[in-house]
Design a protein around this ligand. Structure first.
Ligand code: ZN
Length: 409
């Protein structure tokens, strides 16, 4: 693959369809460049009208989205906030470790008290996503193109396409109606104050722009799926749920995978998510009905399921954010030596090997992160001190660890 080129997408029908749909609607085809190094997607606009707007499509952000999607989806299937919390610890732990904070290892060890995971390198996750695209798999198409379409949705021309209600004063009602709906989960919140605070996810111009980008993305990707899917292979319910995951994954990242989110901030994010969702669900229903005029009952049935699923997800994210909040208070304060002790005290012997290899695999995947050599050495030293065996012999049904001699510490 040549860096910065999306050549590998050129043979994929869904990409061609998406770009021609975009061109039809905003009269310009943005230049899409794969960004190998950046951590977030970005849009560049140029003063000169001859230059097309450019979307820097971050490989890392895509991979992050896919991993967060899988964790949230898995927890939803189990209907378990504990499972979501364990998955969040793996993801947060990795980010911390790769940004030179050893507390990350403690988060991963905490997750290993509840599960056993194998680390997948970012390049492999990305390759896996591409494979799904090549096979025209609907879930893969949605997970890949929704973030891209959302970024294109941030362009001025895309924003201008939004329904008049979103641009009008009526948008204020969105806050009130959704606050009433979400109050049983988040409790009291002064959202009117947040609307005027430019640091808040509820800041009016910001939320409006995000809502429109979501709306643009869902309409575009939904149309792409319809156009590139053969008759009879359309999976209404699973496509709807993949689409609706987009604002949910964003909420999961903002509330559970950041270092110090306050409860107030978590409330703001979830209300913002609720507002994004309420507009999405209406446009999904309307778009589906216009594309499939004969299937109204089926569409209504699928939407009812989605409403239920969405409500459960929001509850899980709230519970997970509260649990993580206290865990973050506990673990982020630990010194390097305390992290090593925390891991030693809590890891069962059966989990030693899997945890140890997981931590090493995270370190191995540090390409592009500024992992300081001194920190890398310190982390390896901490890992070594945790290992209480000299050598390991793999057998058919597990492994045998030969204990370290007492003088070998
Ligand atoms: Zn956005």
């Amino acid at each position: 693959m040549i860096e910065g080129q999306l050549d590998y997408l050129s043979g994929i029908p869904a990409f061609e369809t998406l770009m021609s749909l975009v061109a039809q609607n905003i009269q310009v085809t943005p230049e899409v460049k794969l960004d190998e190094k950046g951590f977030t997607h970005r849009v560049q606009n140029f003063e000169t009208p001859e230059l097309r707007p450019r979307v820097l499509f971050s490989k890392r952000a895509l991979v992050r989205y896919k991993c967060q999607f899988d964790v949230l989806n898995g927890a939803l299937v189990k209907k378990s906030a504990e499972s979501l919390c364990a998955g969040a610890c793996l993801l947060l732990g990795k980010e911390l470790l790769l940004t030179n904070r050893f507390a990350g290892a403690a988060f991963i060890a905490h997750a290993f008290e509840k599960l056993r995971a194998t680390y997948m390198q970012e390049d492999h996750v990305f390759e896996h996503m591409l494979q799904g695209l090549r096979e025209n798999e609907q879930g893969a198409l949605i997970n890949f193109f929704l973030p891209l379409a959302h970024e294109i949705g941030h362009l001025e021309r895309s924003q201008a396409l939004a329904p008049a209600d979103i641009h009008s004063e009526k948008f204020f009602d969105t806050y009130r109606i959704n606050y009433e709906r979400i109050w049983p989960i988040i409790g009291d919140l002064d959202y009117v104050g947040s609307q005027k605070n430019d640091q808040s996810p509820l800041f009016l111009p910001l939320l409006r722009e995000e809502v429109i980008s979501d709306w643009f993305a869902v309409c575009a990707v939904f149309a792409v799926i319809c156009k590139t899917t053969k008759n009879g292979e359309f999976e209404l319910l699973s496509d709807f749920s993949n689409l609706i995951m987009f604002p949910l994954v964003a909420a999961f990242e903002a509330t559970c995978l950041k270092e110090w989110p306050s409860t107030h901030f978590v409330q703001e994010v979830l209300l913002a998510t609720q507002c994004r969702y309420s507009l999405l669900i209406d446009s999904m229903r309307a778009t589906a009905k216009s594309i499939f005029p004969k299937n109204h009952a089926e569409i209504d049935g699928a939407i009812t399921e989605i409403v239920k699923l969405y409500k459960e997800s929001l509850g899980l994210i709230w519970d997970c954010a509260i649990q993580l909040n206290s865990l973050i208070r506990e673990l982020m304060r630990l010194s390097d030596a305390e992290v090593a002790k925390y891991i030693g005290d809590r890891t069962s012997s059966a989990q030693w090997m899997p945890l140890h290899s997981y931590l090493l695999d995270v370190l191995e995947d540090s390409k592009g992160y500024a992992l300081f050599e001194s920190n890398r050495i310190a982390l390896r030293r901490a890992l070594n001190s945790m290992v209480n065996f000299e050598t390991v012999i793999m057998t058919d049904n597990g492994f045998i660890a030969i204990p370290k001699r007492s003088d070998a510490s």
